[in-house]
Design a protein around this ligand. Structure first.
Ligand SMILES: Nc1ncnc2c1ncn2[C@@H]1O[C@H](COP(=O)(O)OP(=O)(O)O)[C@@H](O)[C@H]1O
Ligand SMILES: Cc1ncsc1CCOP(=O)(O)O
Length: 273
């Protein structure tokens, strides 16, 4: 794991370079995703028409695809974007929204994984378990009670994700109260964040857009650490029981949180397999 001060340099570099990030995402969270990318200093485009998606992918520096609220058109667009990204070695992240609850999404996700290389595969613990085990206790797009990461099952869930990381030569990010960034030789746990992050919609989708932005500058593990810390420590600072106030403050925090606040509050630990 890289030193946090080193990883934080990606924030300034992203602002200087302002790369174009192509996010194919769902209509529930598309505005949050695009704004979060802009607030970090990058540029966002959310092209999803199959006839333009390859052209847009080819001029982008990172691609983020999301299975939420999937449609036939977006499935076609995601396949084309993934294919073009791989051909040009552009970093590619996928957010496995709902694969634990929908056979359509589960089969589509497996087809995508078989035919493309993803730099980052992200989901909550039910979504990643569905991919790893072929079954999970997902509650729609949310994690099911039985799949939540706890002290007792953290090692088991990390090993399941490790098998996926090896199989698909990828980094696996599992989000939740504890987040796990899983590679073939170690996993990193991030214990920041507040429960209210799970009470407003789209925070997981937005996180994928944030990490995709940092993947233009950093490797997927470091980009994940940085994206998680920005979202989760901004949430800690913004926390209030007024959910819409929390939401507004959180969005402000994503662009404005200070490096010192991130360093002071970060709860990050690497565990070797
Ligand atoms: N109970 C919690 N405590 C702290 N952070 C949380 C909690 N639940 C979710 N988060 C954070 O909220 C963000 C979105 O995660 P999650 O809700 O798991 O994604 P999704 O919306 O894709 O299911 C992540 O950064 C995650 O760490
Ligand atoms: C409500 C909803 N349905 C499909 S995607 C979505 C937005 C929320 O996605 P996430 O909480 O995974 O970011």
């Amino acid at each position: 794991m890289k030193n946090l001060k080193q990883i934080l340099k990606a924030r300034e570099i992203l602002k200087e370079e302002s790369p174009l990030i192509h996010a194919i995402t769902n209509p529930i969270s598309i505005n949050m995703v695009a704004n979060a990318i802009l607030f970090l200093g990058a540029k966002a485009i959310c092209a999803a028409h199959p006839e333009e998606v390859s052209e847009i992918t080819n001029i982008s520096s990172s691609i983020s695809v999301n299975l939420g609220n999937i449609t036939s058109e977006r499935m076609k667009a995601i396949e084309l974007a993934a294919n073009s990204a791989n051909k040009k070695n552009i970093p590619l992240a996928i957010d496995m929204v709902g694969v634990g609850s929908s056979t359509l999404r589960y089969n589509f996700a497996n087809k995508l994984l078989a035919n493309n290389n993803f730099s980052l595969i992200k989901g909550n613990s039910s979504e990643i378990r569905a991919l790893a085990l072929g079954k999970s206790q997902a509650k729609g797009i949310d994690v099911g009670e039985a799949d939540k990461i706890e002290k007792e099952n953290i090692g088991k869930i990390a090993e399941e994700a490790r098998a996926l990381a090896k199989k698909y030569k990828s980094t696996i990010l599992i989000t939740g109260k504890t987040d796990l960034i899983v590679s073939s030789d170690s996993y990193i746990r991030v214990d920041n964040g507040v429960e209210n992050l799970s009470k407003i919609t789209g925070t997981g989708c937005m996180l994928t857009g944030i990490i995709s932005s940092f993947m233009t500058v950093e490797d997927p593990v470091s980009a994940s650490i940085l994206g998680l810390l920005i979202l989760e420590i901004a949430a800690e600072i913004s926390n209030t029981d007024r959910l819409y106030t929390f939401f507004v403050n959180l969005m402000d925090g994503i662009g404005n949180i200070k490096d010192d606040d991130l360093i002071k509050a970060a709860k990050v630990k690497e565990i070797k397999f």
